[in-house]
Design a binder for this molecule. Structure first.
Ligand code: URA
Length: 458
């Protein structure tokens, strides 16, 4: 049999195939991703394919091919030269979620290297980069060479994505944002993991949020995404675990930019405010898994114990401060954090009645934080480092009428009114206490993820 060169591919055929419920093979996906990155496929064709993928879903094989093709669409970072196991943590996004500031130095203190490429505020959720940029001088836009230098010196570095890393995601994500095609498990999985895998990780711990403040509120959708991400990461040769964690209330007491860093540093200094216990516990659990998957502890529980020791002996705090200094930040602002905090306006919200805090609609609380000035109305706008909310009562707490529920910090007095009204609706007080919700409600390892996906009908 003579062998013929493969037939040339045409984007219109790939759109039709997906639209009709077919599955694209690795060559077709590679063609699409290369065309997205180079600009040779026009946005209207990419958008049509994205909508077909949203409506029809992506198979496991398509998701894997898409993830790998996107990973390979640009420059990659290789931490191998640093001679340590490289691990990271990724969260699907929440309100008050500042675990990155704890887990990165904790894992580094336990012998790992943590090359963390983070994002900005998205929708109602806060952004790690926006929070770090409240520290005067802190630079998030490092070159890959500078990134490597900070990692070598400190063991952890938290930076923004460079223009050349996963360029296909930049194009596809912007189109998804404008075409209503963000919430598709296969597309979310490929978008998140292509960036993690391009950072050359040996292992990644995925924190998949569930509950009222999560992007995917429904437990089943979160489970499917978690299992899909673990399976896709493992198939790419990187170890992974996913924890489904509660986002039915803000994590810790602070939600904003500067005030979140202050809360994280309090914990790194060994303080234990009661309102931060969930944050401390989740950070130790996530760090424990990072340390275990990075081969520095035989079990996640042993990893937890090592992380707790690094918190107690101050080594994680030293690493966090050395990272900030290496990236140009001025750590003297942590000498007197209250003096640095200068919001344009402050208002305390008091409980309208006595009872138990039974529900917190955390997506709305997140919008309130963003509208105080902590987030953006339009891409590229600056954010206010000092805006945010300090929550004084957690879900389940007994409160008396007139007791403070939250303190709001805004850029200006005019920005207080709407968030105050949001909080009045979003924080529900009832006469009976709510059921307790576990912090971690399910864990997917390679084995449990594969079993779950075999049973899942999608
Ligand atoms: N974060 C990402 O980077 N991509 C998504 O698709 C969703 C969240």
């Amino acid at each position: 049999m003579p062998s013929y060169p493969p037939a040339p591919l045409h984007m219109i055929d790939l759109i039709r195939k997906k639209r009709n419920g077919g599955a694209l093979d690795a060559r077709e996906i590679g063609f699409l991703v290369a065309g997205a990155a180079s600009g040779s496929i026009p946005p209207e064709q990419l958008a049509a394919w994205l909508m077909a993928a949203w409506l029809r879903g992506l198979s496991l094989d398509e998701t894997r091919s898409l993830t790998l093709a996107m990973r390979d669409s640009g420059e990659k970072f290789s931490p191998a030269r640093l001679g340590k196991v490289a691990v990271d943590k990724h969260s699907t996004g929440g309100v008050g979620d500042k675990t990155s500031f704890l887990v990165a130095p904790l894992a580094a203190a336990c012998g790992l290297v943590v090359p963390m490429i983070s994002g900005r505020a998205l929708g109602h959720t806060g952004g790690t980069l926006d929070k770090l940029e409240s520290i005067p001088g802190y630079r998030t836009a490092l070159s890959l060479q500078e990134f490597e230098t900070v990692l070598e010196k400190c063991g952890a570095s938290i930076v923004s994505q460079t223009p050349s890393l996963v360029p296909a995601d930049r194009v596809l994500y912007a189109l998804r944002d404008r075409t209503g095609t963000v919430e598709c498990p296969g597309l979310i999985c490929a978008s998140i993991l292509s960036k993690k895998l391009a950072a050359g990780l040996d292992a990644v711990v995925l924190d998949v949020k569930t509950g009222s403040g999560a992007f995917l509120r429904n437990q089943e959708d979160s489970e499917y995404l978690a299992a899909l991400m673990v399976s896709t990461t493992e198939a790419a040769g990187t170890r992974a675990v996913a924890l489904l964690t509660d986002m039915g209330e803000p994590l810790g007491h602070a939600a904003g930019n500067w005030i979140e860093l202050v809360e994280a540093v309090e914990l790194l200094r060994g303080q234990r405010p009661a309102q931060s216990e969930d944050l401390r516990e989740l950070s130790l659990i996530l760090a424990g898994w990072m340390i275990h998957l990075g081969n520095q502890a035989a079990t996640p529980e042993a990893g937890y114990a090592r992380a707790e020791a690094a918190l107690a002996d101050g080594s994680a705090l030293r690493i966090f401060f050395s990272m900030i200094t290496a990236q140009g930040g001025d750590i003297s602002v942590f000498d007197n954090p209250a003096a640095f905090h200068k919001p344009g306006a402050t208002q305390v919200l008091a409980a309208a009645e006595s009872g138990f805090v039974s529900e917190m609609d955390t997506t709305y609380l997140g919008w309130a934080v963003q509208r105080l000035g902590a987030g953006r109305e339009k891409a590229g706008e600056p954010v206010d480092p000092h805006a945010g909310i300090d929550f004084h009562a957690r879900r389940g707490a007994r409160v008396e009428q007139g007791e403070p529920l939250a303190t709001l910090y805004a850029t200006s007095p005019a920005l207080l009114a709407e968030p105050i009204e949001i909080l009045k609706d979003a924080i529900v007080i009832s006469q009976t206490p709510p059921d307790a919700v576990p912090l971690v409600n399910r864990i997917f390892t390679r084995e449990t993820a594969e079993n779950y996906l075999q049973d899942a009908v999608r």
